[in-house]
Design a protein around this ligand. Structure first.
Ligand SMILES: [Zn+2]
Length: 418
């Protein structure tokens, strides 16, 4: 069997097995992880890692699995420790219960019927055209597939198995991290930072073949409270100040051309997200998103000025702002350790692909890790149409992603610790 076929068989078998476990996470749940199904997959991975020969595996009480592979050879023991991370949960946007993944062998370039009268068509998914003749995995139209992020898990596990069983080269120490509840935004809340030895990390949670991501938004939330003055409506003339009207006035000042619905690419935006209240007090949430931190700061200043303008237009009323930084563009942290990205580009080239930098118009667990001193870019998984019944994965691209992990392990072994 040639090696690419081995990779394809391994990632396929694993994705099918992991996808069948319902790991849908749930916002607002009090449990940790948010749903019990995530434990089933975590326990399966724990056993599987031990079977492959990884002895140092710990699954903690909050559902974080951290495994450490020691250096294979004293000559590599001073190489910097790197890590690979993926999340076990799937989005609650579409059901993850009873996923029945199917493998379409030798895709013929036509429409793929998914069942439930859904069709995955190359017209709407031109990426499919890149994979004519090769194998594709979909669900059956009633659920998502869960390639986000079980493709990433399958790729990491396959890479680890390859490195430990085939011993293709001496390697340094590296770590494997599987986390719960990425989709609820809580994936990093209880992350055991101190358990990690890694100086860098790579998430396998991207999409199209060859792509890598090292930039995400800077994210700011502004909680606005408009304080009005209430009187009986029958005798309000000249005295009442309506907080609802104040809040509406502030919303109308936000530039519509700089909203999420009017921007893409590198453009940032303002977005009013939530409004609730009454005459005396109305609360409003405004999100600011920008790749450049100075742009985000400019927007904070703009909202501050708008608040003052509203106060001036509604004498007697008050507008209070509370500004919170939610996460930062990980680029500023990744740029401090250029080698992390350089080796990733080299690894992608080593498997015969051209690295394609894409940007994340959102956040990532990698951004949170980067902010605590572990630069963490994101690698493609070969999965597409995440959080959808139309989700699919290319087996060839998955095999390539797994080989990128192997290449990274090889490349980091050649780096001597400074
Ligand atoms: Zn994901």
């Amino acid at each position: 069997m040639d090696i690419h076929t081995w990779y394809k068989d391994q990632v396929t078998e694993r994705l099918l097995r992991y996808a069948a476990i319902n790991t849908e996470s749930k916002r607002g749940s009090d449990a940790v992880p948010s749903t019990p199904g995530q434990w089933d997959l975590l326990n399966m991975l724990l056993d599987e890692l031990r079977d492959i020969g990884v002895k140092d595996v710990d699954l903690n009480e909050n559902g974080y699995l951290i495994a450490r592979v020691p250096a294979s050879d004293p000559s590599c023991s001073s190489a910097p420790v790197t890590a690979f991370m993926a999340h076990v949960d799937t989005s609650e946007d579409v059901s993850g219960a009873g996923v029945r993944p199917r493998v379409i062998r030798g895709y013929d370039g036509g429409d793929i019927p998914l069942g439930d009268s859904l069709v995955l068509s190359p017209e709407q998914n031109p990426e499919l055209n890149k994979y004519i003749g090769s194998d594709i995995i979909t669900a059956d139209g009633s659920t998502l597939l869960g390639a986000d992020d079980k493709a990433g898990i399958a790729e990491i596990m396959t890479a680890v198995e390859y490195v430990l069983l085939h011993k293709p080269f001496p390697h340094g120490s590296f770590e494997i991290i599987f986390t719960p509840d990425e989709e609820t935004g809580s994936g990093m809340d209880l992350f055991p930072r101190d358990a990690l030895h890694a100086k860098s990390c790579y998430t396998l949670d991207g999409t199209g073949r060859g792509s890598l991501e090292s930039e995400c938004f800077n994210a700011v939330r502004i909680d606005v409270a408009c304080i009005g003055v209430s009187y009986h409506l029958g005798s309000a003339r000249g005295r009442m100040v309506n907080a609802l009207t104040m809040a509406a006035s502030l919303v109308s000042m936000l530039p519509q051309a700089e909203s999420p619905e009017a921007t893409d690419g590198r453009y940032g935006y303002y977005c009013p997200l939530k409004i609730s209240g009454h005459v005396e007090r109305t609360e409003l949430q405004v999100y600011i998103r920008d790749f450049d931190v100075l742009d985000a700061e400019r927007r904070i200043e703009a909202v501050t000025q708008m608040a003052k303008a509203v106060e001036a237009a509604f004498p007697g009323g008050k507008v209070q702002l509370e500004v919170s930084w939610q996460y930062r563009n990980m680029r500023e942290y990744i740029d401090k350790e250029p080698q992390v990205l350089l080796l990733l580009e080299e690894a992608i080239k080593a498997v015969g692909l051209t690295p394609e930098h894409t940007i994340i118009r959102g956040g990532t667990d990698g951004a949170r890790l980067s902010a605590v001193g572990i630069p963490t870019p994101n690698i493609f998984t070969g999965g597409y149409n995440y959080h959808s019944r139309y989700e699919w994965a290319s087996v060839d691209a998955m095999a390539d992603a797994s080989r990128v992990v192997v290449e990274l392990i090889r490349l980091w072994a050649q780096v001597a610790e400074a």
